[in-house]
Write a protein that binds this ligand. Structure first.
Ligand code: RNT
Ligand code: ZN
Length: 417
């Protein structure tokens, strides 16, 4: 698209929004401040650098074998740098513990140290990014069906040690980069078939968590992520929603809401206001479950738009840490990032542009037809012209222009791997 055309469309959009009492310039200023935490694991289908031939276990799965996946640390960085040129704004990178700079040496999970992530911290500085971190309990000989809730103390201790080390690494990232790192803890612990000891496993998990969180770290924002079930672990998950909700509230830490971790028709947008009344901050895993927690690429759908509305309408942008979490191995992986990041940004922009003052007036005076009508009309207001203008001012491709850019990258870089 030509610059003049983008600017002209933006000006028309600005006028149209002004009629509804919405200031598009302010909305864009707010959008520019929203950092998404890019999940490093879309680059390589959640394999990491411990063992390039390793398998993904723990009830999660990446399906597809599209060519060009990242095979080493340089390629992961190269891909993230490419994504940065295609998504407007400043974003964070979320690393898993299996993505350390192990330099080919075997480093077991209970041996990882900040030193293994120093080159990431340096890279982040060079690329003006902040980092977040995740302990990794899956894809390991000791992970099986249970880790922190395992009945064997030796196995539990191994994972406790791993997770304590992961938090320390996050702390170092936060300290050096001057921005607290979110540390997200998700474990798959569960059972394929009926278990008769739910209370026992959950009490073991609670005890492990108490050991892990015994020391507060100044540069970490801790979060725990619940799940309904994983594949192969359908009958029981120790870290359920109620379990972690209780744990997080009692211990003053965050909970992570992953869009795919609830009952199939359950949506997370309605949980935001309840969480925010009792928790200082929360964390999101923006994803797109299809039938199960399938981690499809995020698109602009009702689940994401309503989620963004809840956050913006609760005036809580600074209390919500927005991570992405999906891993689609069936399409170009850089494209997967760009589609998902842009979809999330568009949802937030739409929310920032919604005529909320008018909508609340209608609601307060019981004019519900009018409220619904304006909600419907808002969907087709020219928000996309505002987004295009944002991309142009951020010097990234506008609208579908990024497709050819990614095609070139595929041809010149990805297919040569
Ligand atoms: C799994 C959780 C978890 C992982 C990542 C890789 O169901 O969503 O967040 O997807 O940590
Ligand atoms: Zn998740």
């Amino acid at each position: 698209m030509k610059h003049e055309q983008i600017i002209r469309a933006y000006e028309v959009a600005r006028g149209r929004y002004a009629e509804l009492g919405v200031n598009t310039d302010e909305a864009l200023q707010s959008l520019a401040k929203i950092s998404l935490s890019l999940h490093c694991w879309q680059t390589d289908d959640v394999i990491g650098f411990e063992n390039p031939d390793g398998e993904l276990t723990g009830g999660i799965q990446a399906t597809g074998n599209y060519p060009g996946k990242a095979k080493n640390i340089d390629q992961v960085r190269q891909d993230i740098e490419k994504v940065k040129t295609l998504v407007p704004g400043n974003h964070r990178l979320s690393l898993h513990a299996i993505y350390g700079d192990f330099k080919g040496g075997p480093v077991d999970r209970n041996e990882i140290e900040p030193a293994h992530f120093q080159s990431w911290i340096d890279w982040a500085k060079d690329n003006n990014m902040k980092l977040d971190f995740n302990s990794t309990s899956f894809s390991h000989p000791k992970s099986g069906d249970m880790t922190l809730a395992h009945r064997d103390k030796g196995i539990r201790d191994f994972w406790i040690e791993h997770t304590i080390r992961s938090r320390r690494i996050a702390d170092e990232m936060g300290r050096q980069l001057g921005s607290k790192a979110c540390h997200n803890l998700w474990v798959h612990d569960g059972s394929k078939d009926l278990t008769v000891d739910r209370y026992y496993y959950r009490s073991l998990l609670k005890d492990s968590l108490d050991k892990i969180f015994a020391v507060r770290l100044d540069n970490v924002k801790d979060s725990v992520e619940c799940k309904l079930f994983g594949t192969g672990l359908e009958s029981f998950t120790a870290g359920s929603h109620e379990f972690y909700m209780g744990y997080a509230l009692k211990n003053g830490i965050m909970a992570t809401l992953d869009m795919g971790h609830f009952h199939p028709t359950e949506e997370i947008y309605d949980k935001i206001s309840s969480f925010l009344l009792f928790m200082k901050e929360i964390m999101l895993h923006v994803s797109r479950p299809v039938r199960w927690d399938s981690d499809h690429v995020v698109i602009l759908n009702d689940s994401v738009t309503m989620l963004a509305q809840e956050i913006v309408w609760a005036n809580a942008l600074d209390r919500v840490n927005i991570g992405l979490d999906y891993f689609d191995a069936s399409i170009n992986r850089i494209g997967a990032y760009v589609i998902g990041c842009r979809a999330a940004q568009k949802a937030f922009l739409q929310a920032l542009l919604s005529p909320i003052v008018k909508l609340r007036e209608y609601e307060a005076s019981g004019r519900y037809f009018q409220r619904l009508a304006l909600l419907e009309e808002s969907k087709s207001l020219p928000w996309n012209d505002v987004y295009n203008y944002f991309c142009m001012t951020c010097d990234v491709p506008v609208a579908e222009e990024y497709i050819s850019d990614i095609e070139h990258y595929e041809k010149d870089v990805l297919l040569k791997r």
